[in-house]
Design a protein around this ligand. Structure first.
Ligand SMILES: Cc1cc2nc3c(=O)[nH]c(=O)nc-3n(C[C@H](O)[C@H](O)[C@H](O)COP(=O)(O)OP(=O)(O)OC[C@H]3O[C@@H](n4cnc5c(N)ncnc54)[C@H](O)[C@@H]3O)c2cc1C
Length: 356
């Protein structure tokens, strides 16, 4: 079972990689693509525009608010955000790939290939896009996943309509994290996250829902998400998305970087498939691209580390300073550049004759 490329994980990162590839590609996921939503699915509207997935957008948000204790800071956004439908977005990306999709649990790397519960598959080009667990990279490097550099979040859905994105920094409820309400039309995604990676968040989420007059969480989703970059290449494999720690600290925004670096990874891999680059040169191109964005991840990680050390008043004053129009404009422009949506490609790659 030999392929031009194997992509493990078919969420944001894996689908973005696969959608850039022509040739004989195998896309592996333990679940049917589009069925394993873990997040609030909020991102810059420009991501949906440039990726050509506007049909997945549920609501557009032109402002966001942060309650710090009982004080409110409100920001009018230079770049609007949106909330979107996870399944629809995954389906749109899946339509752009000619990959063979197989529901299989990936176990790890073995010799030159990937071992799964549905068999063994070989390729020179292998991608780990399995999320924070980085199943393939970790099978090659024991200490690849550092649990100290991960947040944990839990979320539910509530019948609640509102405008804008809403955050709360409530030290009494949760000293080391935030809660949020992301409206999505007729309903909202309501969640809680601990920057320290605490997992016992359900009681606090129920309390938060109660404070908004909403009922208790019936169905929950969520999990860990990293806040520090990991090596984008481990031995002979490319690592992308949460698997490579490509999630911003403080904001917890990992969808845009997963798609952005996923596309970059796919472009570098296609050059290898086409014979324009050696595997080593393709890996070096992808690594250099990721590392050239390191400053944005370091800055957001530093802000996240600062967060628990500030009092509520300190947070409110810092939030107010950020809200000064020229400061906000500058910071938003820099934040945008961390994974520039204008560089997304929305085109489906031309179908090429299979190589193998
Ligand atoms: C509660 C919460 C809310 C969030 N809200 C937002 C938000 O609003 N906006 C934002 O930008 N980010 C948000 N994030 C972060 C965001 O969800 C992640 O950064 C993003 O999902 C990373 O995408 P990914 O494709 O790298 O990994 P994932 O989305 O985690 O996908 C990994 C894929 O790999 C598959 N997989 C895993 N292990 C195996 C295996 N062994 N074998 C086969 N398949 C496997 C999984 O089934 C999955 O399909 C949130 C995170 C959480 C926890």
């Amino acid at each position: 079972m030999r392929y031009d490329a194997i992509v493990a994980g078919a969420s944001f990162a894996g689908l973005a990689v696969a959608a850039q590839l022509r040739g004989r590609v195998l896309l592996l996921d333990r679940k049917q693509p589009g069925t394993g939503q873990t997040s609030a699915c909020g991102t810059l509207l420009a991501v949906a525009e440039h990726l050509g997935v506007m049909d997945s957008v549920l609501q557009v948000h032109n402002h966001f608010e942060i309650w710090v204790g009982h004080r409110l800071v409100r920001y009018n956004l230079l770049y609007p955000f949106c909330t979107f439908d996870y399944t629809r977005l995954c389906e749109s990306l899946l339509e752009r790939t000619d990959a063979d999709v197989l529901t299989a649990r990936v176990k790890g790397m073995k010799e030159q290939g990937v071992e799964t519960d549905r068999g063994y598959f070989e390729s020179d080009l292998i991608v780990d896009a399995t999320g924070w667990r980085a199943t393939l990279a970790r099978s090659l490097s024991d200490d690849y996943v550092d649990r100290r550099r991960m947040c944990f979040g839990l979320e539910t859905v509530a019948p609640h309509r509102a405008e804008g994105l809403h955050f709360w920094a409530n030290r009494t409820l949760l000293p080391d994290g935030v809660t949020w309400v992301f409206p999505c039309g007729d309903f909202s995604r309501v969640g809680i996250a601990s920057y320290a990676g605490r997992t016992d968040l359900k009681a606090a989420l129920v309390k938060f829902l109660g404070s908004l007059g909403l009922s208790s969480a019936d169905s929950l989703h969520g999990g860990f998400f990293p806040w520090a970059l990991r090596q984008p290449v481990v031995e002979n494999i490319f690592v992308v998305g949460d698997a490579a720690g490509q999630c911003f600290g403080l904001s917890g925004e990992g969808i845009r970087p997963s798609l952005y670096f996923g596309q970059a990874c796919g472009r570098a891999m296609q050059k290898v498939i086409d014979g324009d680059l050696s595997l080593a040169a393709g890996q070096a191109e992808y690594s250099a691209f990721v590392k050239s964005h390191g400053i944005y991840f370091e800055a957001m990680g530093a802000l996240q580390r600062l967060f628990p050390h500030l009092s509520e008043l300190g947070l409110y004053l810092a939030g107010g300073f950020i809200g000064i129009r020229p400061v906000l404009s500058f910071l938003m422009r820099e934040y945008w550049k961390g994974s520039d949506p204008a560089l997304f490609s929305s085109s489906k790659p031309q179908r090429a004759a299979h190589h193998a």
